[in-house]
Write a protein that binds this ligand. Structure first.
Ligand code: 1MF
Length: 181
């Protein structure tokens, strides 16, 4: 994944726990990169190793960590020059979710090694939304819950996101239910 992702992880851990803890995680992960370059693609294994090492060092589960990371990603990218990209994708939650693939196409036009996930949003009973998520990266479902919570904060739309179907349980792809308003 683009270094921006690993940078965001480093930023989150450093803000909460300080640089020494990040160094410990980096060592535990066997990652010798001291400064990630946002626009450089890194092997996904680097990200997976960092997330797993962070879970061990911080004594939190990988899903819990990915969820916090998803929440953080929304504010991190907004503050790293991607605010306009996020603005263009929509001013409210359903519009934004419907524009996510278009947003990734836009980023991917410049950054050719982007391997974006794909999302499809549909209305469900009770005013809920169902969000379908296809990704070539196993295990990132919990990050999507966090991303949705981050978007809820961005749009000042309190929401509860839950997993409705899991790929790892044999479903065709992950599906999330979003209850809001
Ligand atoms: O393949 C990739 O490298 C990649 C990196 C980030 C693919 C997707 C993403 C974004 N995505 C991360 C979770 C992906 C899990 C998966 O693959 O299944 C989050 C998508 C998202 C969902 C909800 C709300 C907001 C979201 O993201 C906003 C976003 C997406 C991409 C970028 C920024 C904000 C981005 C911008 C520039 C990039 C790379 C990604 O490359 C750079 C970075 C720095 C300098 C120049 C280019």
């Amino acid at each position: 994944m683009y270094g921006l992702v690993n940078k965001a992880m480093q930023d989150l851990v450093t803000a909460d726990h300080g640089p020494e803890v990040w160094d410990a995680i980096r060592r535990e992960a066997g990652v010798d990169v001291e400064v990630f370059i946002g626009m450089t693609p890194y092997d996904d294994a680097v990200t997976y190793r960092l997330v797993e090492a962070a879970g061990r060092v911080l004594d939190v589960s990988v899903p819990e960590l990915l969820r916090a990371f998803g929440r953080y990603w929304v504010q991190f990218t907004a503050g790293q020059g991607y605010g306009q990209l996020l603005d263009m994708a929509g001013r409210d939650l359903p519009s934004f979710l419907n524009q996510l693939d278009a947003m990734h196409v836009r980023v991917g036009m410049t950054y050719r090694e982007l391997r974006p996930p794909s999302f499809r949003c549909e209305p469900a009973e009770g005013g809920d939304l169902l969000l379908h998520y296809w990704s070539e990266r196993p295990g990132f479902g919990p990050m999507v819950i966090g991303l949705l919570e981050g978007l809820g904060e961005r749009f000042e739309t309190p929401l509860v996101a839950t997993i409705e179907a899991r790929r790892e349980d044999g479903a065709d792809h992950d599906v999330f239910r979003i209850r809001y308003r």
